[in-house]
Design a protein around this ligand. Structure first.
Ligand code: QUE
Length: 340
């Protein structure tokens, strides 16, 4: 493992646990390639070590578990034409997702703050996944013209009804309780109890989670569950927008306005990816995602533009190509999936 004065992933042995602290608090613990390599090293070191009975994963700084991947750095590599750097980032990140899914012991994520994209990827493929009332869980990729990756193209189609499609296309922000009801998290524990839970985990093991868990408050989207399925269960982005218009509610109008701000290409790629993901295992989903990163990140202008508008210039005014959902060419989307 990389040893520096202020490591971005702090791996320790505490009691019967291996503990991992994502430690880039100013960047909401967004994953760098260095952190991803340290994850891979910890997984390799601990998976067959009988003294490590579980892993406890958390984020430093009190505001975030993990905001995603270091997409600013990925954008810089793409703009520089450094395809090898782009490939290394996603290939190694997705290999870590695979390693976590195959990790033969509990992989306990303590999600007490922002958890988006790549942060979901280092938690969702194993468990338990504990959220607090300060968790904020989202898949915001369509805002930066990426797509639901890190194996979420396997996970999202398996959530109840059309919740996964709704999350992926709109980037809807879930509370901790929402994440439990959606199936992304497994247990709700108030922040005030989290330090005691952590102490119990490293002495007793993952069984301690059940003792600290409380009933999650009602989902904020409970009143919209049927509308989510009616609208986001449609076969195309155009049909989803038509169904939202037909609802005639303030909620549906707000969802349509959100979709109209996202990259039109990304909406179409993401919907197709989720439909395919419903039929594939995790390994196949990650392979499809990796192939997609090559064209979406290197060859399409929307990714660099989306990261610019959300994270670099923060002007919230991306210029998409094409700009309108109606102008996305279905053959271009099929081409991004290799024409298959
Ligand atoms: C979509 C994303 C990411 C995002 C916003 C999106 C993402 C990511 C971050 C992020 C946020 C705050 C930081 C940071 C990164 O935001 O992957 O370094 O300080 O890492 O709309 O996919």
């Amino acid at each position: 493992m990389t040893e520096t004065a202020d490591p971005s992933l702090i791996a320790r042995r505490e009691g019967i646990a291996g503990t991992l602290l994502m430690n880039r608090p100013k960047a909401l613990n967004a994953l760098t390639l260095e952190m991803i390599r340290d994850f891979a090293a910890a997984i390799a070191a601990w998976k067959d070590d009988p003294e490590v009975r579980l892993v406890v994963l958390e984020g430093a700084g009190g505001r975030a578990f993990c905001a995603g991947g270091d997409v600013r750095a990925v954008r810089a590599s793409a703009i520089a034409g450094d395809r090898a750097a782009v490939e290394a980032f996603f290939a190694e990140e997705y290999a870590v997702n695979t390693g976590i899914a195959a990790f033969p012991k509990p992989w306990v994520s303590l999600i007490d703050g922002v958890c988006m994209g790549g942060g979901i990827g280092v938690a969702v493929h194993n468990g338990p996944r504990v959220v607090t009332e300060h968790a904020l869980v989202a898949m915001p990729e369509t805002a930066i013209a990426l797509f639901p990756d890190v194996g979420t193209s396997y996970v999202l189609p398996r959530l109840p009804g059309a919740i996964g499609t709704w999350l992926a296309l709109t980037g809807a922000r879930l509370t901790g309780a929402d994440a439990v009801h959606a199936g992304l998290a497994t247990h709700f524990v108030p922040r005030a109890r989290l330090a005691d839970l952590r102490a119990a985990l490293v002495t007793e093991g993952a069984e301690a989670v059940a003792r600290f868990a409380e009933a999650a408050p009602e989902a904020s989207f409970a009143a919209q569950r049927d509308a989510i399925d009616r609208c986001f269960g449609q076969a195309s982005v155009a049909a989803i927008l038509a169904a939202l218009d037909a609802e005639g509610t303030e909620w549906a109008a707000a969802q349509a306005r959100i979709l109209r701000r996202m990259s039109p290409t990304s909406l179409c790629v993401s919907l197709e990816l989720l439909r395919r993901g419903a039929e594939q295992d995790l390994t196949a989903c990650l392979a499809t995602e990796l192939a997609l990163t090559r064209v979406v990140v290197n060859d399409h202008p929307d990714f660099a533009e989306g990261v610019r508008s959300v994270l670099v210039d923060k002007d919230g005014a991306p210029s998409w190509q094409p700009a309108r959902i109606e102008d996305v060419d279905p053959a271009a989307i099929a081409g991004m999936f290799g024409g298959r």
